[in-house]
Design a binder for this molecule. Structure first.
Ligand code: UD1
Length: 417
Protein backbone atom coordinates (compact mmCIF):
# COMPACT_ATOMS: atom_id res chain seq x y z
CA UNK A 1 0.00 0.00 0.00
CA UNK A 2 1.43 3.38 -0.94
CA UNK A 3 1.81 6.58 1.10
CA UNK A 4 1.80 10.26 0.19
CA UNK A 5 4.91 12.28 1.03
CA UNK A 6 4.69 16.08 1.06
CA UNK A 7 7.52 18.55 1.55
CA UNK A 8 5.59 21.64 2.62
CA UNK A 9 5.77 25.39 1.97
CA UNK A 10 5.79 25.46 -1.85
CA UNK A 11 3.46 28.19 -3.10
CA UNK A 12 0.82 26.78 -5.50
CA UNK A 13 0.56 28.38 -8.93
CA UNK A 14 -0.90 27.37 -12.28
CA UNK A 15 -4.07 25.71 -13.56
CA UNK A 16 -5.89 22.53 -12.65
CA UNK A 17 -8.81 20.72 -14.30
CA UNK A 18 -11.48 19.35 -12.01
CA UNK A 19 -12.59 15.71 -12.36
CA UNK A 20 -16.19 14.53 -12.67
CA UNK A 21 -18.15 14.48 -9.43
CA UNK A 22 -18.04 11.36 -7.27
CA UNK A 23 -21.32 12.14 -5.55
CA UNK A 24 -23.04 12.72 -8.90
CA UNK A 25 -21.65 9.72 -10.72
CA UNK A 26 -22.41 7.13 -8.02
CA UNK A 27 -26.22 7.60 -8.16
CA UNK A 28 -26.03 7.90 -11.96
CA UNK A 29 -24.26 4.55 -12.13
CA UNK A 30 -27.00 3.11 -9.91
CA UNK A 31 -29.58 4.70 -12.23
CA UNK A 32 -28.25 2.76 -15.23
CA UNK A 33 -29.88 -0.31 -13.64
CA UNK A 34 -33.26 1.14 -14.64
CA UNK A 35 -32.49 1.53 -18.31
CA UNK A 36 -33.18 -1.06 -20.97
CA UNK A 37 -30.19 -0.30 -23.11
CA UNK A 38 -26.75 1.23 -23.19
CA UNK A 39 -25.56 4.38 -21.42
CA UNK A 40 -22.33 6.29 -21.95
CA UNK A 41 -21.28 8.04 -18.77
CA UNK A 42 -18.64 10.59 -19.78
CA UNK A 43 -16.38 12.54 -17.40
CA UNK A 44 -16.64 9.54 -15.07
CA UNK A 45 -13.82 9.87 -12.50
CA UNK A 46 -11.50 6.90 -12.00
CA UNK A 47 -12.15 6.20 -8.31
CA UNK A 48 -12.25 3.10 -6.14
CA UNK A 49 -15.94 3.80 -5.36
CA UNK A 50 -16.68 3.82 -9.11
CA UNK A 51 -14.87 0.50 -9.52
CA UNK A 52 -16.93 -0.94 -6.65
CA UNK A 53 -20.14 0.30 -8.31
CA UNK A 54 -19.12 -1.39 -11.56
CA UNK A 55 -18.69 -4.68 -9.66
CA UNK A 56 -22.23 -4.29 -8.32
CA UNK A 57 -23.60 -3.61 -11.83
CA UNK A 58 -21.81 -6.68 -13.19
CA UNK A 59 -23.12 -8.81 -10.38
CA UNK A 60 -26.66 -7.65 -11.27
CA UNK A 61 -26.15 -8.74 -14.88
CA UNK A 62 -25.03 -5.53 -16.64
CA UNK A 63 -22.11 -5.36 -19.06
CA UNK A 64 -19.62 -2.57 -18.32
CA UNK A 65 -16.58 -1.11 -20.01
CA UNK A 66 -14.52 1.67 -18.41
CA UNK A 67 -12.12 3.32 -20.85
CA UNK A 68 -10.54 6.74 -20.48
CA UNK A 69 -13.17 8.61 -18.51
CA UNK A 70 -16.14 6.99 -20.23
CA UNK A 71 -18.06 4.24 -18.56
CA UNK A 72 -20.31 2.29 -20.89
CA UNK A 73 -23.07 0.29 -19.23
CA UNK A 74 -25.38 -2.07 -21.04
CA UNK A 75 -28.19 -2.94 -18.64
CA UNK A 76 -30.32 -4.91 -21.11
CA UNK A 77 -29.79 -8.24 -19.34
CA UNK A 78 -30.10 -7.22 -15.69
CA UNK A 79 -31.99 -9.96 -13.85
CA UNK A 80 -30.35 -10.30 -10.44
CA UNK A 81 -31.67 -8.33 -7.46
CA UNK A 82 -29.18 -9.28 -4.70
CA UNK A 83 -26.15 -7.20 -3.82
CA UNK A 84 -23.75 -9.50 -1.95
CA UNK A 85 -22.43 -8.60 1.46
CA UNK A 86 -18.82 -8.04 0.38
CA UNK A 87 -19.84 -5.52 -2.33
CA UNK A 88 -22.17 -3.65 0.04
CA UNK A 89 -19.29 -3.33 2.48
CA UNK A 90 -16.85 -2.16 -0.18
CA UNK A 91 -18.78 1.04 -0.71
CA UNK A 92 -20.97 2.83 1.78
CA UNK A 93 -23.16 4.45 -0.84
CA UNK A 94 -24.11 1.07 -2.29
CA UNK A 95 -27.53 1.60 -0.66
CA UNK A 96 -28.17 3.93 -3.63
CA UNK A 97 -28.71 0.83 -5.76
CA UNK A 98 -31.76 -0.06 -3.71
CA UNK A 99 -34.36 2.13 -5.41
CA UNK A 100 -33.04 1.31 -8.88
CA UNK A 101 -32.98 -2.45 -8.33
CA UNK A 102 -36.55 -2.57 -6.97
CA UNK A 103 -37.69 -0.29 -9.79
CA UNK A 104 -36.16 -2.65 -12.33
CA UNK A 105 -36.81 -6.11 -10.88
CA UNK A 106 -39.58 -5.59 -8.31
CA UNK A 107 -37.26 -6.93 -5.60
CA UNK A 108 -33.97 -6.10 -3.89
CA UNK A 109 -31.85 -7.82 -1.26
CA UNK A 110 -28.96 -5.94 0.36
CA UNK A 111 -27.08 -6.38 3.59
CA UNK A 112 -27.40 -3.49 6.01
CA UNK A 113 -24.70 -0.94 5.12
CA UNK A 114 -24.27 -0.20 8.84
CA UNK A 115 -21.90 2.48 10.15
CA UNK A 116 -18.91 4.21 8.65
CA UNK A 117 -15.98 6.28 9.81
CA UNK A 118 -18.17 9.40 10.08
CA UNK A 119 -20.46 7.75 12.64
CA UNK A 120 -23.62 5.68 12.25
CA UNK A 121 -25.10 5.91 8.77
CA UNK A 122 -28.67 4.69 9.02
CA UNK A 123 -30.95 4.25 5.99
CA UNK A 124 -34.23 4.50 7.91
CA UNK A 125 -35.46 7.39 5.72
CA UNK A 126 -34.77 5.37 2.57
CA UNK A 127 -36.66 2.36 3.95
CA UNK A 128 -39.63 4.39 5.14
CA UNK A 129 -39.96 6.08 1.74
CA UNK A 130 -39.71 2.81 -0.18
CA UNK A 131 -42.42 1.35 2.06
CA UNK A 132 -44.69 4.27 1.23
CA UNK A 133 -44.15 3.50 -2.47
CA UNK A 134 -45.52 0.02 -1.77
CA UNK A 135 -42.42 -2.07 -1.03
CA UNK A 136 -42.65 -4.67 1.73
CA UNK A 137 -39.54 -5.01 3.84
CA UNK A 138 -38.16 -8.00 5.74
CA UNK A 139 -34.97 -7.98 7.74
CA UNK A 140 -33.03 -11.16 8.51
CA UNK A 141 -29.39 -12.03 9.34
CA UNK A 142 -28.26 -8.45 8.71
CA UNK A 143 -29.91 -8.47 5.27
CA UNK A 144 -32.86 -6.40 4.14
CA UNK A 145 -35.25 -7.83 1.57
CA UNK A 146 -37.56 -5.52 -0.35
CA UNK A 147 -40.32 -6.74 -2.61
CA UNK A 148 -43.19 -5.18 -4.51
CA UNK A 149 -45.23 -7.95 -6.07
CA UNK A 150 -47.58 -5.57 -7.87
CA UNK A 151 -44.90 -2.98 -8.68
CA UNK A 152 -44.23 0.31 -6.89
CA UNK A 153 -46.93 3.01 -6.82
CA UNK A 154 -46.40 6.77 -6.66
CA UNK A 155 -47.19 8.51 -3.39
CA UNK A 156 -46.67 11.72 -1.40
CA UNK A 157 -43.51 11.57 0.70
CA UNK A 158 -42.46 14.13 3.28
CA UNK A 159 -38.84 13.67 4.36
CA UNK A 160 -38.15 14.54 8.00
CA UNK A 161 -34.60 15.56 6.99
CA UNK A 162 -33.44 16.46 3.46
CA UNK A 163 -31.13 13.45 3.12
CA UNK A 164 -29.17 13.37 -0.13
CA UNK A 165 -29.15 9.58 -0.45
CA UNK A 166 -32.84 9.18 0.51
CA UNK A 167 -33.89 11.82 -2.03
CA UNK A 168 -31.88 10.01 -4.72
CA UNK A 169 -33.26 6.61 -3.77
CA UNK A 170 -36.84 7.88 -3.88
CA UNK A 171 -36.28 9.43 -7.31
CA UNK A 172 -34.72 6.17 -8.54
CA UNK A 173 -37.56 4.06 -7.17
CA UNK A 174 -40.33 6.31 -8.45
CA UNK A 175 -39.28 6.96 -12.07
CA UNK A 176 -40.82 3.67 -13.21
CA UNK A 177 -43.49 3.44 -10.46
CA UNK A 178 -47.16 3.73 -11.42
CA UNK A 179 -48.46 7.29 -11.20
CA UNK A 180 -47.09 10.41 -9.56
CA UNK A 181 -44.66 10.74 -6.65
CA UNK A 182 -44.28 14.02 -4.81
CA UNK A 183 -41.28 14.33 -2.47
CA UNK A 184 -41.26 17.24 -0.05
CA UNK A 185 -38.36 18.60 2.01
CA UNK A 186 -35.94 16.85 -0.30
CA UNK A 187 -32.25 17.57 -0.61
CA UNK A 188 -31.31 20.31 -3.10
CA UNK A 189 -27.69 19.36 -3.77
CA UNK A 190 -26.46 19.95 -7.35
CA UNK A 191 -25.70 16.22 -7.63
CA UNK A 192 -29.44 15.53 -7.38
CA UNK A 193 -30.01 17.87 -10.32
CA UNK A 194 -27.36 15.93 -12.25
CA UNK A 195 -29.04 12.61 -11.49
CA UNK A 196 -32.43 13.95 -12.61
CA UNK A 197 -30.89 15.30 -15.84
CA UNK A 198 -29.45 11.90 -16.68
CA UNK A 199 -32.72 10.12 -15.87
CA UNK A 200 -34.77 12.61 -17.90
CA UNK A 201 -32.46 12.03 -20.87
CA UNK A 202 -33.25 8.33 -20.48
CA UNK A 203 -36.97 9.14 -20.71
CA UNK A 204 -37.93 9.78 -17.07
CA UNK A 205 -40.29 12.61 -16.11
CA UNK A 206 -38.78 14.39 -13.12
CA UNK A 207 -39.50 18.01 -12.27
CA UNK A 208 -38.19 20.24 -9.50
CA UNK A 209 -34.76 18.65 -8.87
CA UNK A 210 -32.67 21.22 -7.00
CA UNK A 211 -35.79 22.60 -5.28
CA UNK A 212 -37.35 21.34 -2.08
CA UNK A 213 -40.23 19.56 -3.83
CA UNK A 214 -39.56 17.02 -6.57
CA UNK A 215 -42.37 15.58 -8.69
CA UNK A 216 -41.89 12.35 -10.58
CA UNK A 217 -44.42 11.03 -13.11
CA UNK A 218 -43.80 7.31 -13.50
CA UNK A 219 -42.99 6.02 -16.99
CA UNK A 220 -43.11 2.42 -18.24
CA UNK A 221 -39.43 2.05 -19.05
CA UNK A 222 -36.18 3.94 -19.55
CA UNK A 223 -33.64 3.90 -22.37
CA UNK A 224 -29.92 4.51 -22.06
CA UNK A 225 -28.35 7.95 -22.63
CA UNK A 226 -25.08 9.66 -23.48
CA UNK A 227 -24.28 11.83 -20.46
CA UNK A 228 -21.53 14.15 -19.21
CA UNK A 229 -21.16 14.13 -15.42
CA UNK A 230 -20.93 17.49 -13.59
CA UNK A 231 -17.61 18.62 -12.08
CA UNK A 232 -16.72 17.72 -8.50
CA UNK A 233 -17.36 20.76 -6.30
CA UNK A 234 -15.70 19.15 -3.26
CA UNK A 235 -12.48 18.47 -5.18
CA UNK A 236 -12.59 22.10 -6.37
CA UNK A 237 -13.01 23.24 -2.77
CA UNK A 238 -10.02 21.08 -1.77
CA UNK A 239 -7.80 22.91 -4.25
CA UNK A 240 -9.11 26.27 -3.04
CA UNK A 241 -8.03 25.22 0.47
CA UNK A 242 -4.65 24.07 -0.87
CA UNK A 243 -4.03 27.38 -2.63
CA UNK A 244 -5.22 29.24 0.46
CA UNK A 245 -2.79 27.61 2.91
CA UNK A 246 0.20 28.17 0.60
CA UNK A 247 -0.61 31.81 -0.19
CA UNK A 248 -0.94 30.66 -3.79
CA UNK A 249 -2.76 31.79 -6.89
CA UNK A 250 -4.36 29.07 -9.03
CA UNK A 251 -6.88 28.76 -11.82
CA UNK A 252 -9.46 26.03 -11.19
CA UNK A 253 -10.95 24.95 -14.51
CA UNK A 254 -14.03 23.00 -15.62
CA UNK A 255 -16.23 23.81 -12.66
CA UNK A 256 -19.65 25.29 -12.02
CA UNK A 257 -18.62 28.30 -9.88
CA UNK A 258 -22.21 28.86 -8.65
CA UNK A 259 -22.00 25.57 -6.77
CA UNK A 260 -19.08 26.95 -4.76
CA UNK A 261 -20.73 30.13 -3.43
CA UNK A 262 -20.69 29.09 0.23
CA UNK A 263 -16.99 28.15 0.01
CA UNK A 264 -16.03 31.31 -1.87
CA UNK A 265 -17.77 33.50 0.68
CA UNK A 266 -15.83 31.94 3.60
CA UNK A 267 -12.48 32.23 1.83
CA UNK A 268 -13.23 35.84 0.82
CA UNK A 269 -13.67 36.61 4.49
CA UNK A 270 -10.34 34.88 5.11
CA UNK A 271 -8.69 37.32 2.70
CA UNK A 272 -8.69 35.48 -0.66
CA UNK A 273 -9.64 37.16 -3.92
CA UNK A 274 -11.68 35.35 -6.54
CA UNK A 275 -12.18 35.97 -10.22
CA UNK A 276 -14.80 33.97 -12.08
CA UNK A 277 -14.48 33.52 -15.84
CA UNK A 278 -17.24 31.26 -17.17
CA UNK A 279 -16.40 27.77 -15.94
CA UNK A 280 -13.08 28.76 -14.35
CA UNK A 281 -12.25 30.34 -11.06
CA UNK A 282 -9.00 32.04 -10.08
CA UNK A 283 -8.27 32.05 -6.35
CA UNK A 284 -5.57 34.41 -5.12
CA UNK A 285 -4.67 33.90 -1.47
CA UNK A 286 -2.87 36.26 0.92
CA UNK A 287 0.38 35.18 2.61
CA UNK A 288 -1.59 34.33 5.72
CA UNK A 289 -5.35 33.76 6.02
CA UNK A 290 -7.55 35.63 8.48
CA UNK A 291 -9.75 33.73 10.89
CA UNK A 292 -13.42 33.84 9.87
CA UNK A 293 -16.72 34.11 11.71
CA UNK A 294 -18.37 30.84 12.77
CA UNK A 295 -18.84 28.38 9.91
CA UNK A 296 -21.67 25.84 10.16
CA UNK A 297 -22.00 22.85 7.86
CA UNK A 298 -25.49 22.72 6.42
CA UNK A 299 -27.42 21.10 3.61
CA UNK A 300 -27.02 22.77 0.20
CA UNK A 301 -26.80 25.71 -0.45
CA UNK A 302 -25.13 25.94 2.99
CA UNK A 303 -21.49 25.18 3.65
CA UNK A 304 -20.87 21.51 2.67
CA UNK A 305 -19.91 19.13 5.45
CA UNK A 306 -17.48 17.47 3.02
CA UNK A 307 -15.45 20.69 2.66
CA UNK A 308 -15.17 21.26 6.43
CA UNK A 309 -12.00 19.21 7.03
CA UNK A 310 -10.04 21.00 4.28
CA UNK A 311 -11.26 24.40 5.50
CA UNK A 312 -10.14 23.60 9.05
CA UNK A 313 -6.76 22.38 7.76
CA UNK A 314 -6.23 25.63 5.85
CA UNK A 315 -7.11 27.72 8.91
CA UNK A 316 -4.50 26.04 11.14
CA UNK A 317 -2.06 28.83 10.20
CA UNK A 318 -4.57 31.69 10.08
CA UNK A 319 -4.45 34.88 12.12
CA UNK A 320 -6.92 34.32 14.98
CA UNK A 321 -9.53 31.72 15.97
CA UNK A 322 -12.38 30.20 13.99
CA UNK A 323 -15.28 28.11 15.24
CA UNK A 324 -16.60 25.35 12.98
CA UNK A 325 -19.88 23.60 13.80
CA UNK A 326 -20.49 20.21 12.15
CA UNK A 327 -24.23 19.73 11.83
CA UNK A 328 -24.53 16.79 9.43
CA UNK A 329 -22.39 13.92 10.73
CA UNK A 330 -21.84 12.84 14.31
CA UNK A 331 -18.24 11.78 14.19
CA UNK A 332 -16.47 13.90 11.63
CA UNK A 333 -13.48 15.25 13.57
CA UNK A 334 -11.27 12.17 13.77
CA UNK A 335 -8.69 13.76 11.48
CA UNK A 336 -8.18 16.58 13.99
CA UNK A 337 -5.85 14.43 16.11
CA UNK A 338 -3.74 13.86 13.00
CA UNK A 339 -3.63 17.62 12.29
CA UNK A 340 -2.44 18.12 15.87
CA UNK A 341 0.59 15.96 15.06
CA UNK A 342 1.63 18.80 12.76
CA UNK A 343 1.34 21.20 15.69
CA UNK A 344 -2.16 22.50 14.86
CA UNK A 345 -4.03 24.02 17.79
CA UNK A 346 -7.60 22.71 17.50
CA UNK A 347 -9.99 21.75 20.26
CA UNK A 348 -13.10 19.70 19.69
CA UNK A 349 -16.15 19.34 21.86
CA UNK A 350 -19.10 17.46 20.42
CA UNK A 351 -19.96 18.99 17.10
CA UNK A 352 -17.86 22.13 17.62
CA UNK A 353 -14.20 22.57 16.66
CA UNK A 354 -12.21 25.68 17.54
CA UNK A 355 -9.17 26.34 15.38
CA UNK A 356 -6.60 28.67 16.93
CA UNK A 357 -4.32 29.74 14.11
CA UNK A 358 -0.58 29.54 14.76
CA UNK A 359 2.50 30.90 12.93
CA UNK A 360 4.03 27.64 11.92
CA UNK A 361 3.10 23.98 11.61
CA UNK A 362 5.59 21.19 10.87
CA UNK A 363 5.65 17.94 8.94
CA UNK A 364 4.69 14.72 10.75
CA UNK A 365 3.66 11.11 10.18
CA UNK A 366 -0.14 11.02 9.86
CA UNK A 367 -2.84 8.54 8.95
CA UNK A 368 -5.85 9.33 6.74
CA UNK A 369 -8.91 8.50 8.86
CA UNK A 370 -11.50 8.93 6.08
CA UNK A 371 -11.79 10.44 2.61
CA UNK A 372 -12.05 14.17 3.36
CA UNK A 373 -10.06 13.86 6.58
CA UNK A 374 -7.27 12.45 4.38
CA UNK A 375 -7.57 15.36 1.96
CA UNK A 376 -7.35 17.73 4.94
CA UNK A 377 -4.01 16.17 5.90
CA UNK A 378 -2.71 16.80 2.38
CA UNK A 379 -3.81 20.46 2.60
CA UNK A 380 -2.25 20.90 6.04
CA UNK A 381 0.98 19.21 4.88
CA UNK A 382 1.30 21.73 2.03
CA UNK A 383 1.45 24.50 4.63
CA UNK A 384 3.70 22.67 7.11
CA UNK A 385 7.46 23.10 7.36
CA UNK A 386 9.32 19.91 6.43
CA UNK A 387 8.18 16.46 5.45
CA UNK A 388 4.78 14.87 6.10
CA UNK A 389 4.04 11.23 5.44
CA UNK A 390 0.37 10.30 5.04
CA UNK A 391 -0.59 6.63 5.28
CA UNK A 392 -3.90 4.83 4.56
CA UNK A 393 -4.31 6.88 1.39
CA UNK A 394 -6.82 4.36 0.03
CA UNK A 395 -9.40 6.57 1.78
CA UNK A 396 -8.30 9.53 -0.37
CA UNK A 397 -8.53 7.43 -3.54
CA UNK A 398 -12.24 6.92 -2.93
CA UNK A 399 -12.81 10.50 -4.00
CA UNK A 400 -9.75 11.93 -5.77
CA UNK A 401 -8.70 10.60 -9.13
CA UNK A 402 -5.10 11.72 -8.63
CA UNK A 403 -4.56 14.37 -5.97
CA UNK A 404 -0.76 13.91 -6.21
CA UNK A 405 -0.74 14.57 -9.98
CA UNK A 406 -3.00 17.64 -9.64
CA UNK A 407 -1.02 19.24 -6.81
CA UNK A 408 2.33 18.47 -8.48
CA UNK A 409 1.15 20.33 -11.60
CA UNK A 410 0.44 23.26 -9.31
CA UNK A 411 4.00 23.21 -7.99
CA UNK A 412 3.60 21.24 -4.76
CA UNK A 413 6.45 18.98 -3.67
CA UNK A 414 4.31 15.86 -3.32
CA UNK A 415 4.70 12.25 -4.36
CA UNK A 416 3.16 8.83 -3.87
CA UNK A 417 5.62 6.18 -2.79
C1 UD1 B 1 -24.14 12.28 0.76
C2 UD1 B 1 -22.76 12.34 0.18
C3 UD1 B 1 -21.74 12.67 1.26
C4 UD1 B 1 -22.15 13.96 1.98
C5 UD1 B 1 -23.59 13.89 2.46
C6 UD1 B 1 -24.08 15.18 3.05
C7 UD1 B 1 -22.87 10.76 -1.65
C8 UD1 B 1 -22.43 9.47 -2.23
N1 UD1 B 1 -22.44 11.05 -0.40
O1 UD1 B 1 -24.14 11.23 1.72
O2 UD1 B 1 -20.47 12.85 0.65
O3 UD1 B 1 -21.31 14.14 3.10
O4 UD1 B 1 -24.46 13.54 1.36
O5 UD1 B 1 -23.97 16.20 2.13
O6 UD1 B 1 -23.55 11.55 -2.28
N2 UD1 B 1 -29.50 10.04 7.79
C9 UD1 B 1 -30.36 9.34 8.61
N3 UD1 B 1 -31.20 8.41 8.04
C10 UD1 B 1 -31.22 8.17 6.70
C11 UD1 B 1 -30.37 8.92 5.87
C12 UD1 B 1 -29.50 9.85 6.44
O7 UD1 B 1 -30.35 9.52 9.82
O8 UD1 B 1 -32.01 7.32 6.25
C13 UD1 B 1 -28.56 11.01 8.40
C14 UD1 B 1 -27.11 10.57 8.20
O9 UD1 B 1 -26.70 9.67 9.17
C15 UD1 B 1 -26.37 11.88 8.28
C16 UD1 B 1 -27.36 12.87 7.66
O10 UD1 B 1 -28.63 12.24 7.71
O11 UD1 B 1 -26.12 12.23 9.61
C17 UD1 B 1 -27.03 13.26 6.23
O12 UD1 B 1 -27.04 12.11 5.43
P1 UD1 B 1 -27.36 12.15 3.87
O13 UD1 B 1 -27.76 13.51 3.43
O14 UD1 B 1 -28.28 11.02 3.60
O15 UD1 B 1 -25.92 11.84 3.26
P2 UD1 B 1 -25.54 10.67 2.30
O16 UD1 B 1 -26.51 10.58 1.18
O17 UD1 B 1 -25.21 9.44 3.07
Amino acid sequence: MSDIIVEGLSRLEGSVNIQGSKNAVLPIIAATVLSNGRSYINNCPYLSDVLASIKILECLGAECKFEGNTLTVDSTNIDNYCVPDNLMREMRSSSLFLGAIIGRTGKAVICNPGGCELGPRPIDLHIKALKSLGATVNEYNGCIEFSSDNGLKGNEIQLSFPSVGATENIILASVTAKGRTVVRNCAREPEIVDLARYLNLCGAKIKGAGKDTVIVEGVKQLNGADYFVMPDRIVASTYISAAAITGGKINIKNIYPDNLNSIISVYKEAGCNFEINGNSLVVDAPNRLNAVSTVRSLVYPGFPTDSGPMLIASLTKSKGSTIFVENIFENRFRYVDELKRMGADISVEGKVAVVDGINETYGANCEATDLRGGAALVVAALGAKGKTKITKIEHIKRGYEDIVRDLSYLGADIKEV
